[in-house]
Ligand binder design. Sequence first.
Ligand SMILES: [Zn+2]
Ligand SMILES: [Zn+2]
Length: 471
Amino acid sequence: MKNANLITTLVCLFFGVTKLSAQDNLAITRSGHVPAGDLYKIFYVPFAVPEGIAKISVKQTYSGQAQRKNVLNLGIYGPQGYQLGNPAGFRGWSGGGKTEFFISAREASTSYIPGKIDAGTWNIIMYASTITAEGIDWKLEITLTPGPDGVPFQMTPAAQTVNNKPGWYRGDLHMHTYHSDGKRTQQELVNEALATGLDFIVSTEHNTNSANLSWGGYPTRNLLVLNGEEVTTTDFGHWNAIGINPQTYIDWRYSPQDSVIGDYIHRVHDDNGLAIVNHPFYANKFIFDVGPFDGIEVWNGPWDKLDEQAVKWWDQLLRQGKIKLAIAASDTHTMNPRENRLGIPQTIVYANSLSRQDVMAGLKAGKAYLARDHKISLSLVAACGDATAGIGEKLVAPPAKSIRVQFSLQGAAEAVITLHSDKGVLRTGKATAASGQFGWDVPAGSARYLRVEARTPQGDMLALTNPVWLQ
Ligand SMILES: [Zn+2]
Ligand SMILES: [Zn+2]
């Protein structure tokens, strides 16, 4: 296309939607500058798409990109709009993970949503999450390819049921693929999950549901895949929406001051899902009110000081009567053995079947314990007279009676066991590979709940349970 034509076309594109006459690609260029003071400030770059476009391709370049001195996040909304809480216009988000993508009716780059390219005003969304004092000079090269739509994309979501057997199921609740900043394909993740002996995984890409649309296209065999999204705010923390419908997209563009987080947690609950605070003490510290959340990821990847802080926070909340589910997850991004690996740690949940409905019901009921890896398993039962209760269950224990607590741990060479209540640590013990059985008598009426931690002699967590509740 000649320059004069290009300028005319751009003018037309900007002021109205034109019908394409030629089969040439349309090239649109936008550029600008983000001053250093605009760190985390979201902005939108509009461009017009005429009728008859089959494919949109976007290439983003910016200063300081190669050395990652600057990071300029990237996403796109269609003509249905980009207002907060309107998911209809959402067509993908790759954050700082990609600088190029395409969308067509039939297919799209990972992180993006395939589907018809409607004519109208589209918007590129960007914000800087790392910025130097010089700010960022950016450029967008948008290519519109005319042509017929072709065969439309068909969603192939994961199967909702794997089996009908009740039991304890091992899951990893937080992970990434190429659909966000992970470095593996969906197929590679499925292979890894099967090899690791996981029963279920939750797909949690940053701010996109693109992967959730296609899990059914992979041979998952006896692996349950649940849909999720890591709702990743600019700098107010991350949380996971887990167990949502494949088409559900949860918005992330708000701050604690906007006081709208409850609306988005409701949206997760509408799908029968759970809202879990992620890695609350990481660099992007979680600063929303924990009140409306269902749970906390108290253990993210290999055990460290930040997990210690998270467990301490969870324990304080429990003592205050703020009941939150504790979960453990890998937050794995790659297959690299030196980084967070799938299934380390993991959450083991009691479910009436290996299905979306029952696994979510088990998690909601708090029938879950957390373990360093697939080798560790445990059981915790509290009894009073003829009544018994396991993890997440309620035991009716009249104040004058005694509660018999039975705990067993398998898979650890050596462990220090502690029995916790809202009053603090009630009992301690030492487990070995040969002997991991414990029986404790606790006076009823002395505690509102009981939970157990198992740690290495060095203090690293091996396993912890959600509480058994006493009434
Ligand atoms: Zn995160
Ligand atoms: Zn993550």
